[in-house]
Write a protein that binds this ligand. Structure first.
Ligand code: SF4
Length: 340
């Protein structure tokens, strides 16, 4: 890595000199200065390496995310981008997002053009201290299942958020099979979930179940969890600190479950998974990647219940159809769409 950085820096300096010596036009000079500022800013944010092109361009994508995104692009679906995941690798992807955002690719929906605001947030800044706490993943499914149970027990004893620990009835870990096709990630348990110990069992949960079934799955076939495992009092929005406290649990859970696709529901999940301060309205309508797994963002079902216009519901369904295309699965008939 250090050698690569050195090479990159040398190359940039050499290119800069060549441009300066070759006598650039004003327009070229402006572009060069902008590029230099951009690189400086990236360096200041801690980005150590910027690939010249996304790894899947012109080659067979190595990750499932890359393959899925390439498939969607080939089939003419919404355009792709691949921002955050974790650490330096995530930072590299952040720069890809910047590139695709500036290229203006997108689905044309509300989130079609991802703003540079999303791209310029330093990756890892929100949960930088949480990123390192990921333990080893057992190889066998039995080992992973056992590790998940142990993790759930560890979560049950957790007191990292004083207020949440003091007011929760119980922790709400998550439900669903290992290797689930999709993992839906929400914000935090509400009153019903806190009472029953299961995620998404209230009105919003029932709506999520209907969405899952409309996509052609049974609820028990997908994994469902939240970023926070405890209910914030009065269902208030979790603080960044609380998300940061709980995120390592999600990371371990994610690695043990190994879902094939991720859906972030609402701002808290979107911000934690993409390490951004941008909101779901700006980020939906595109495909991202979290640790090699394709990720899409959409509204939290609770927000759909509060939207009398039905616009958010329609947009959520568009997001789900995009996901189905990404997965290479049939998209339910448009006549049925009208009734959703
Ligand atoms: S929300 Fe998460 S980190 Fe906070 S007390 Fe509950 S389990 Fe612990």
């Amino acid at each position: 890595m250090a050698e690569e950085q050195g090479e990159q820096a040398k190359q940039l300096v050499a290119e800069g000199r060549a441009r300066e010596e070759g006598g650039m036009s004003e327009a070229d000079d402006a572009i060069w200065r902008q590029l230099r500022c951009h690189m400086e800013a990236l360096r200041a944010w801690g980005v150590q390496f910027v690939p010249r092109q996304p790894p899947w361009v012109g080659s067979v994508p190595a990750s499932e995310a890359g393959r899925a995104i390439a498939r969607l692009a080939t089939e003419g679906g919404p355009a792709e981008s691949s921002p955050a995941a974790s650490g330096v690798e995530g930072a590299e992807r952040g720069s890809d997002l910047a590139a695709s955002a500036s290229a203006g690719v997108g689905s044309g929906s509300a989130g079609g053009a991802v703003s540079s605001e999303a791209a310029v947030v330093p990756v890892g800044s929100l949960f930088a201290d949480a990123a390192g706490e990921v333990s080893e993943v057992p190889a066998s499914p039995e080992g992973r299942r056992k590790a998940l149970v142990e993790l759930a027990l560890e979560v049950e004893r957790c007191r990292r958020c004083e207020e949440l620990y003091a007011t929760r009835t119980q922790t709400v870990f998550g439900t669903g099979p290992l290797d689930a096709e999709i993992c839906f990630v929400g914000e935090a348990p509400g009153a019903d979930e806190d009472r029953q110990g299961e995620p998404f069992v209230g009105r919003a949960g029932q709506l999520l179940t209907r969405i899952i079934e409309a996509m052609g799955f049974k609820r028990e076939e997908v994994y469902i969890c939240n970023i926070l495992k405890c209910r914030p009092p009065g269902n208030r929005t979790p603080t960044v600190e609380e998300s940061r406290h709980c995120f390592p649990y999600f990371q371990r859970q994610f690695r043990l479950v190994r879902p094939k696709y991720l859906v972030a529901l609402g701002n808290t999940a979107v911000r934690a998974l993409l390490q951004t301060t941008a909101g779901v309205t700006k980020l939906r309508g595109r495909v991202y990647e979290f640790q090699g797994v394709p990720l899409i963002c959409t509204y939290h079902p609770a927000a759909l219940l509060r939207d009398p216009s039905g616009k958010m519901k329609r947009e959520t369904w568009e997001d789900m159809k995009m996901l189905l295309r990404l997965m290479g699965r049939p998209v339910p008939n448009p006549r049925q769409d009208n009734n959703r």
